[in-house]
Design a protein around this ligand. Structure first.
Ligand code: UD1
Ligand code: CA
Length: 457
């Protein structure tokens, strides 16, 4: 049977105190509803219906895909009414899974177990046993054929004192055949304590038709928790980060403190990778075997090669760091940069749009922008590529084995040949041919009998 997913996302989220629709508040830089959509896709859903109420435009901008259909729920008349907005799209002979846009951490494996328990002609319901189920709908069971079968869900506000003692709670996540679901939704009434069309009432309908309602359970409670305010959002963020940290460690990475790493995207690590505290990884980051990441690094959409050492307080973005390189401390490698194998960049070096050749070194205090730098080049401290005239960016080309004296200003476009040298403090505006020494500085002259200025009393 094919699968469609209906994601409820119509709540305004007043308690977020935000102009952003609640489901667009992020966990790990991704809107909560984006996580839910990811899960739906991993389950192989052919269609995903997002039921929205507020901020439809913002929602359509934030989450996209051919498989998404946005369905407006003009008035929020209850969860049953919300799902019913998708009814015109649902096929009779498909599985329909209901998820919630503000419940981002449900594991795909949990949803798979729900798909697995549902009888072809019955329903699946995800429930959770809670020490304190206050506020949740309670799962009502009765003994049928010697088994405690689900026969209904009773909302907190409609429950009797006896029912309030039930600690099996409704997560809201359920699975039904499209045809059944549409029939049950069309028969809902709002005759209850909250005057709402409760999705939960379909359970009693299913039972009265003799359908079996099978249950599945999440591994942990956080999988079915939603975020109504920023405190709960921060708790989900921490839970998400703890889960990712655990996955990284299981995959063979060493984290000095799993509570002090933030992954906002996809981080892939090889074996024997070690990551010190307070690092942030964004977008797609790959770290190869034996690489070491020091404390306080920020690495965005980049690749770190085998045995590379990224020293503390380094920022790397849209860059490739090949094997055996060392970078930092306090280096900034900006977009379009490639550090070839075994190259070295030290403190306060900024690199942008630069290829830095095999075995080359820039140990201290440099700006290298729009540069093509060969292998075994030494860039002296304080060297600057003057790549920008206020309008145009120009290229600096440096050949293999060149030695750039400290505090050189390389005024681009300019070429320094292979094995060429520039004198310290030079302003280089013209090509330096291979193996030549380029000097571009005033000659020193020493003045005798020079008196230093004295302070006036
Ligand atoms: C619902 C369940 C309850 C369950 C609990 C789990 C019902 C009647 N009750 O209660 O059994 O234990 O979730 O958290 O289903 N929404 C819409 N449109 C609406 C109403 C709600 O999109 O008209 C969305 C909300 O934005 C929210 C979700 O549905 O994301 C749940 O709605 P909410 O009102 O919070 O339901 P609960 O009272 O918590
Ligand atoms: Ca709720």
């Amino acid at each position: 049977m094919s699968l469609s997913v209906v994601i409820l996302a119509a709540g305004k989220g007043t308690r977020m105190r935000s102009s952003l629709p609640k489901v667009l508040h992020p966990v790990a830089h991704k809107p909560m509803v984006g996580h839910v959509i990811d899960s739906a896709r991993q389950l192989g859903a052919s269609n995903i219906y997002v039921v929205y109420g507020f901020g439809g435009e913002a929602l359509k901008e934030a989450v996209t895909g051919d498989d998404l259909t946005f369905v407006e729920q003009v008035e929020q008349l209850g969860t049953g009414h919300a799902v019913d907005q998708a009814s015109p799209f649902l096929k009779d002979d498909e599985n329909v899974l209901v998820l919630y846009g503000d419940v981002p951490l449900t594991k795909v494996s949990t949803l798979e177990s729900l798909l697995a328990v549902k009888p072809d002609n019955g329903m699946g319901l995800l429930t959770v046993h809670l020490a304190n189920p206050t506020g949740y709908g309670r799962i009502v069971r009765e003994e049928i054929n010697g088994q405690q079968q689900v026969v209904g869900i009773i909302e907190q506000k409609d429950a009797s004192p006896e029912q309030l003692k039930i600690n099996e709670a409704n997560t809201g996540i359920l699975l039904a055949n499209g045809g059944d679901l549409k029939r049950w939704l069309s028969n809902l009434s709002s005759d209850n304590a909250q005057g709402e069309y409760y999705l939960t009432d379909i359970i009693a309908s299913a039972h009265s038709e003799g359908k079996v309602i099978a249950t599945a359970y999440p591994e942990t409670e956080v999988e079915v928790e939603g975020a109504n305010n920023r405190v709960q959002l921060a708790q989900l963020e921490r839970a998400y980060q703890a889960r990712i940290a655990e996955e990284l460690m299981i995959a063979g990475a060493s984290l000095r403190d799993p509570a002090r790493i933030d992954v906002r995207g996809n981080l892939t690590t090889g074996t024997e990778v070690s990551i010190d505290v307070n690092c942030i990884f964004e977008g797609n980051v790959t770290i190869a075997n034996n690489a070491v990441i020091g404390a306080n690094c920020i690495i965005i959409n980049s690749t770190i090669g085998e045995n590379a050492v990224i020293k503390p307080n380094t920022i790397i973005e849209d860059a490739v760091i090949e094997a055996d390189c060392s970078v930092g401390p306090f280096a900034r490698i900006r977009p379009g940069s490639v550090m070839k194998q075994d190259s070295h960049v030290g403190n306060f070096v900024e690199m942008k749009n630069t290829t830095f050749g095999v075995g080359s070194k820039a140990g201290h205090l440099s700006y290298l922008g729009n540069a093509e730098i060969g292998s075994k080049v030494n860039i002296g401290a304080g060297t600057i590529t003057c790549n920008y005239d206020g309008v145009n960016k120009s290229t600096t080309t440096i050949g293999d084995n060149a030695f750039i004296g400290s505090n050189s200003s390389l005024v681009a476009p300019v070429t320094i040949g292979a094995s060429a040298t520039t004198g310290a403090g030079s302003v280089i505006t013209k090509e330096v041919e291979d193996s030549h020494l380029g000097l571009g500085r005033a000659k020193q002259r020493n003045v005798s009998g020079w008196n230093r200025p004295v302070k006036k009393s």
